[in-house]
Design a protein around this ligand. Structure first.
Ligand code: NAD
Length: 283
């Protein structure tokens, strides 16, 4: 039976640490501020934004939600971003994705000041990630790395397989594992014999977006299995990319969904907001 990696508990630890550090920064006269821009009323996005706001409030971080109608034009959205870039009380800005189809998410991300880009999606921050600089860490992959570290799982020398090559999860995940001296393979929808590649993994990270895609035959006995996916199963129940019931008896360690990577992403967002406030104020 696998060791369960409890993302909820590890995230709570990080949130406590952030709350303490926020308190210390406040005593120097600085309240970290995060602006969350939401365009439209996508129900999942609304839930994510609500959770981020609550987490900020719990940690003592000021959070401002800017809700714009789904009909917002590109120019209007860019103007909002520019206004937030110019505000001294806002240290972090994020625009909840996906945006309505008529808006260009790349242009919006490019408009966010790299110093305030707490999601680490801006090309400047992606560049920092690639060369291993101390920029912002992308929240979800950074959350996975924290989970591994705080669970005592070493990456160095391990065979790491990441399924998924998105800019948000798969690619930066692979980079962070590489910087931790893992031997990294990135798989995607055109990978030939995916199951065989996955079976070679000591650490397998699934970031696909397909319910219960990773089955027992894809996992090496004793492997660490990290499930980034957030999906609904055939009964509408929240589930990951990994068939948990089938894989758990084989794996050495595994993250559940919910209660795994999800809470870590929010904890890392708080951490990045705090970092942004430190950097911008020099306090
Ligand atoms: P995406 O759709 O941008 O990318 C999915 C990747 O999976 C693609 O690179 C694609 O090549 C790969 N893929 C698709 N079908 C495949 C197949 N049959 N075989 C192999 N690879 C295949 O998605 P994303 O934004 O990277 O998100 C992935 C999942 O992670 C989603 O379920 C998303 O909801 C979840 N997610 C969770 C968090 C969190 O906080 N836990 C954060 C971001 C994303």
């Amino acid at each position: 039976m696998a060791k369960l990696i409890d993302g909820k508990a590890i995230a709570a630890q990080i949130r406590d640490e952030v709350a303490q550090e926020t308190q210390a920064l406040k005593s120097c006269g600085v309240t970290p501020g995060l602006a969350v821009v939401l365009v439209g009323e996508d129900p999942a996005s609304c839930t994510y934004v609500r959770n981020k706001q609550k987490a900020c409030a719990d940690a003592g971080i000021y959070a401002e939600q800017i809700t714009l109608p789904a009909t917002t034009t590109q120019e209007e959205l860019l103007r909002v971003v520019q206004e937030l870039n110019a505000r001294a009380d806002i240290h972090g800005i994020l625009c909840q994705l996906p945006l309505p189809a008529h808006l260009d998410d790349k242009a919006v991300i490019a408009a966010i000041s790299p110093e305030k880009d707490v999601d680490a999606f801006h090309a400047v921050n992606v560049g920092h990630i690639l060369i291993g600089d101390e920029g912002f860490q992308p929240c979800t992959p950074a959350g996975v790395m924290e989970m591994l570290t705080r669970s005592g799982i070493a990456v160095e020398g391990k065979s790491c397989v990441v399924i998924g090559r998105s800019n948000i999860v798969g690619k930066p995940m692979a980079m962070l594992l590489l910087h931790a001296n893992g031997t990294v393979t990135i798989c995607h929808s055109r990978t030939v014999d995916l199951a065989a590649v996955c079976r070679g993994a000591d650490i397998l990270v699934a970031a696909i977006g397909k319910a219960k895609f990773v089955t027992a035959d894809m996992v090496k006995p004793g492997a660490v299995v990290i499930d980034v996916g957030i999906n609904r199963d055939e009964n509408g129940k929240l589930c990951g990319d990994v068939d948990f019931a089938a894989v758990e008896p084989i794996a050495g360690a595994i993250t559940p969904v919910p209660g795994g990577v999800g809470p870590m992403t929010i904890a890392m967002l708080l951490k990045n907001t705090l970092t942004a406030a430190h950097r911008q104020t020099g306090k």
